[in-house]
Design a protein around this ligand. Sequence first.
Ligand SMILES: *Cc1c(COP(=O)(O)O)cnc(C)c1O
Length: 454
Amino acid sequence: MKTKDFSRRKFIATTATGTAAVAVSASIPAFGNITPVRNESEKLAILGGTPVAPEKKWPDWPYIDEKVVEEVVKTTRSGIWCRIQSPNGTVPTFEKELAKLYGIKNTVSTGSGTQALNTVVEALELGPGDEIITSPYTDPGTIQSILVSRALPVMADLDPESFQLDPDDVERKITKNTKALMPVHMMGQPCNMQRIMEIAKKNNLKVIEDSCQAIMAVYQGKKVGLIGDAGCLSFQTSKVFCCGEGGAIFSNNDELLEKCYTVMNHGTAKNGRTTVIGSKYRMNEFEAAVLLGQMPGLQERHDIRNRNAKYITENLKDIPGLIPQKLYEGTTEGSWYIYAWAYKKEQWNNAPREKFLKALAAEGISLSPYIANGLHREPWTEFIQTLPEYKTMFGAARMKKFRDELNLVKCDQVCQEMAMIWASGPLTGTLADMDDLIKAIKKVHANRDKLNSI
Ligand SMILES: *Cc1c(COP(=O)(O)O)cnc(C)c1O
C-alpha cells in the first residue's frame, strides 16, 4: 500500500544487528553530518522568503495498511463481535500477543486508557478517603481514573527539565491517607522511576504507572509499566499504537491482573460469579482487530522513532534556546509519542513562543504548545469541594489544604515553554524528513533578531 514502508523495512533489515533501538541508532554512520543548511541565513518564509519544507507531508497517522483492513474484515465475517463469545476471539488473542511483547503471561484490555487506569484503582481497592499522588501535566484521563472512584488525586509539581513528576515534591505531598502513586511517563519517555519506587517502598504505597504514552519504553532494563504494581496503555488514535479508543493493563502480578479482569468485566469473574464493584469496560473485537493488524510493524516503527529522536537531538544540540526533554539515566528506549522541547525565549531575542511557532509553521514545520494549563488550573478542583463525599471522607481541613497546594509553578513554567511535535507519524519518517525539521529550526534561529517584527 505504501512504497515508503518497503524501503523503511529494508533499511531496518540491512542495518539493525539486534532488536534494540540502540543497535539501529548506532548503525547510522555519522551523527552531526547533516547536509549544510543552505538557506539558514535566508529570509524567513513568514517575511516573504522561501519555506524550507513547503506543505511538509509527514507519514500518515493513524497507520493503515492492508493487514489492518484484513483483520477487521476477518473479525466482521467471524460473527464473534464480543469478547465473551469465544476464548479464541480477537480480544483474547490480542491480549496474549500484547503479553508476549511484554514477556508476561497475560494482559487485560479495556475500552480506553482511562478505563484501564480506573480498573487498576478499583482492583487495588482504592476509593473514598484515599489519596493518590500524580502529575498535573497529563491527559485529563489520569486524574479522572482516580476521581470516578471518589479518591483524591493529589498533584505534585514537575521537574521542569523532564516535564515529569518531581520525586522531591511527591515526597512532600505524602499524608497519612496516601495509598498510591500514579507516575505518568510523559511524551512516552520514562519518569524517574528509581526515586519513585524508593519513595513507594519507604511509605508502603502502590504504584500505578500511567504508561498511556509510553508503550515499549525501557528504563533500567525494564519496560515501563512493569516496574510498579501495574502499567496502563492507551490506544486512542493519536497514540503510537492505536485503534481509535482502547486500553490495556499489564503487570507481573497475576493475581492483580485476574482482579482487573473481574473489575473490567462489570465485576464478574471468569467463573461467572459477580463478586466486586466494576463498570463494563470491555474492549470490543473490532478494536482488537485493528491493533492485531498494526502489530507486525510496531517494533520497527518504535526503532525508527528512537533513531530519529536521537538524530534530531544530536543535530540541534547547538541551538541553545530549544532544550530537548531531559531523559533520566537508565532510559535506553523512549516511546516518542511526542518529541518535546523547552523554548527559552532569552535565546531567541526575547521573542514570545507564539512568534517562534508562527515563523516555524511558515517554513512548513508545525510544532504545538501542547497542554495550555496543568490540571491544577482546571475547574474540577473547585467542583470536588462542593461534593458531600469529598467533604465527608476527607474533611474540610484536608480539602482546604488540597486547594492551598494547587500553586504548581514548575508545571506552569512547562506549559509556557513547551514546544513539541506529535511524533506518532512524523517520527516514523526518513532522515530527510528529520532534516527538514532541523533545517527549519536552524533557519528560524539564525533569523531570531527578526522574530519580534512578525
Ligand atoms: C491518552 C492518555 C490517557 C488516557 O487514555 P484514553 O485512552 O484517552 O482514555 C491517560 N494518560 C495519559 C498520559 C495519556 O496520554
